[in-house]
Design a protein around this ligand. Structure first.
Ligand code: COA
Length: 298
């Protein structure tokens, strides 16, 4: 993972906005967020860390997939630049499924392994601060910058990915959007309402497909948008909050980076062990959603 050094606390925001640390923490669970860098620079740092952690070199990577809603430019995609900076000359492309982006990228990576691609570097990186109206208290308190990455490897035995559930409902595109050159806008209440239902339904479909029950899950790694969404989803799924990974207090909502940031945190806290069954589930603008049940390998 990689996050910029710049920390913006709730108190920092309340110095310029009509808000308070108490309101933000109670309504969202967020205490502070990181601000700075770019999808390219943060993605590169996270990818470098992932390669080191996996003990792999640039030449071991056959494909680079960057999930982002905030690419450095409209053209070219940011992934080829990250790849070049790593010394990788393999295919590289961006993928945008908003906050579900990292999960969508994992699904694409799994599909690529089925076509004979050996190792895929999957990155989620965001620079949401660039598209945030810092005078809008309803959005500024929610978002942050960051990146996470992993390497997906084809295996000869049964897949460690037991099930995926992905989907979209484009009829609700208007609920969360950002026009070219604009700033991010959201109907928070409606997104909240839909998010809980979408996440629970998707997670249940993935669990049913994997034939895994809630009590068999060692960990739930949800998209980090709002602690109240995570609490409501966990309650409906029958998973105690102690088994949910929460990093939004430190990073806010980092869209495509949120699930890999949470994965990195769970690993650094030794909360996942080989053989554990883990549910990852997210939702985002589009609206999109994606869940996976995986068996942790290492
Ligand atoms: N500080 C203080 N007051 C604020 C505020 C802030 N930062 N933002 C909004 N308010 C005010 C509102 O103006 C409103 O005031 P009013 O009652 O006088 O009209 C009041 O607080 C309640 O606002 P409301 O929007 O009803 O709050 P909420 O409980 O729905 O919480 C969100 C707002 C955005 C935190 C919540 O709706 C949410 O998290 N939505 C989903 C967000 C999400 O998941 N987005 C990412 C999708 S990937």
């Amino acid at each position: 993972m990689a996050v910029p050094d710049g920390i913006v606390t709730n108190d920092d925001l309340s110095a310029t906005l009509d808000t308070t640390d108490e309101w933000i923490f109670e309504r969202t669970g967020i205490r502070e967020r990181r601000v700075g860098g770019s999808a390219g620079s943060l993605g590169l740092a996270a990818a470098t860390a992932a390669l080191a952690d996996a003990g792999l070199a640039a030449t071991d990577i056959d494909f680079v997939l960057l999930a982002t809603t905030t690419p450095d430019n409209l053209i070219p995609a940011t992934a080829p630049t990250i790849a070049a900076n790593l010394g990788i000359r393999a295919p590289a492309m961006d993928l945008n499924a908003a906050c579900s982006g990292f999960m969508y990228a994992l699904r694409v990576a799994e599909g690529l392994t089925a076509t004979g691609v050996g190792r895929i570097l999957v990155i989620g990186a965001e620079n949401l601060s660039r598209w945030t109206d810092w005078n809008d208290r309803t959005m500024a308190v929610l978002l942050g910058d960051g990146a996470g990455a992993c390497v997906v490897e084809a295996s000869t035995g049964p897949s460690d990915v037991l099930a995926f559930d992905l989907g979209s409902e484009g009829d609700y595109a208007h609920l969360l959007s950002c026009e070219h050159g604009g700033t991010i806008w959201m109907d928070g209440k409606e997104v909240f309402r839909r998010a809980v239902r979408i996440m629970v339904d998707s997670a249940e479909r993935a669990m049913s497909q994997a034939q895994v029950s809630a009590d068999q899950l060692s960990l739930v790694i949800p998209h980090q948008a709002n602690i109240r969404i995570i609490q409501a989803a966990c309650q409906r799924l029958g998973v105690p909050m102690e088994r949910a990974v929460v990093v939004l207090d430190r990073y806010g909502n980092t869209s495509s980076a949120s699930i890999p940031l949470a994965v990195a945190d769970a690993r650094s806290q030794q909360r996942v062990h080989p053989g554990d069954l883990v549910l990852m589930t997210g939702f985002g603008a589009g609206m999109t959603w994606a869940s996976a049940v995986v068996r942790w390998s290492k």
